[in-house]
Design a protein around this ligand. Structure first.
Ligand code: KIV
Length: 271
């Protein structure tokens, strides 16, 4: 168990300053030590230990099955690889939507046992009491509005959210509530770009978009998606910066061929 906490170079006040100065915030997910050290070394501002670990690490269809213990395992592995970035850990489904004290206990476990810098919760008005309780304990909270994957069964899928004006107004009101409660930032997932612009202009805290257009104060992508490791997932908002699926497949095929042909190992690769 890691109980050691240290203040990293990117802090909540630095993130707010970046919004004020018009400097875009870069955020990416990671779930393990090696990936976290690579993205931190590249200079990312925020690392999200997303509950998307349920999908990309464990192969589940939704984010619902991942547990608090599993999130703490992923987050503590990430934290050991990070020097500079601000590390946020998702609170998994079922660990915060009920009474505020249970939410606080879950958040405290994440902070104590993983060494994360903050937590992320999905939802607006309906989770505002848990959000306030966690913030009162001195834990930085990031909100998450729009497409909230933990509610996929209620939403009926992963489609673009808040397209109608009434839903857009509710999302703006939720974003303001989260800001008033003391959240340091809000993720806006899969909403119209015009709405994301309205929210970003209405808030003094940074907005981080995924599938929410260019006007948010920062952007987030799932690292496996942006590195092209997941061929089957290609939503409109995703830009692939590498094709690691093919590069890795070719490398493994090459290795298999070398083993089969007795080319590997050669005399320089043995003792
Ligand atoms: O779990 C996750 O990866 C996320 C991002 C998509 C924002 O919540």
């Amino acid at each position: 168990m890691s109980t050691e906490s240290k203040v990293r170079a990117v802090t909540t006040s630095r993130l707010k300053q970046m919004k004020e100065q018009g400097e875009k915030i870069s955020m990416i997910t990671s779930y393990d030590y090696t990936m976290a050290s690579i993205v931190d070394g590249a200079g990312i501002d925020i690392i999200l230990v997303g509950d998307s670990a349920a999908n990309v690490m464990a192969g589940h269809k939704t984010t619902l099955p991942i547990t608090l213990d599993q999130m703490i395992y992923h987050a503590s592995s990430v934290v050991r690889g990070v020097e500079r970035a601000f590390v946020v850990c998702d609170m998994p489904f079922g660990t915060y939507q009920g009474d505020p004290l249970t939410a606080l206990n879950s958040a405290v476990r994440i902070m104590k046992e993983s060494g994360s810098d903050g937590v992320k919760l999905e939802g607006g008005e309906e989770i505002i009491d848990p959000v306030k309780k966690i913030i009162c304990a001195g834990i930085p909270v990031m909100g998450h509005l729009g497409l909230t994957p933990q509610s996929v069964h209620q939403l009926g899928g992963y489609s673009v959210q808040a397209k109608e004006e009434a839903a857009a107004e509710k999302l703006i009101a939720d974003a303001k509530l989260l800001e008033e409660a003391g959240c340091f930032a809000v993720v806006l997932e899969k909403i119209p770009a015009t709405l994301a612009k309205r929210v970003s202009e209405a808030l003094t805290i940074p907005t981080i978009g995924i599938g929410a257009g260019a006007a948010t104060d920062g952007q987030v992508l799932v690292v496996h998606d942006m590195l092209g490791m997941n061929k089957g997932f290609s939503p409109k908002f995703l830009r692939r910066y590498a094709n690691l699926h093919d590069i890795m497949t070719e490398a493994v095929e090459h290795y298999i061929a070398d083993v089969k042909s007795c080319d590997f190992p050669n005399e320089n690769e043995q003792y």
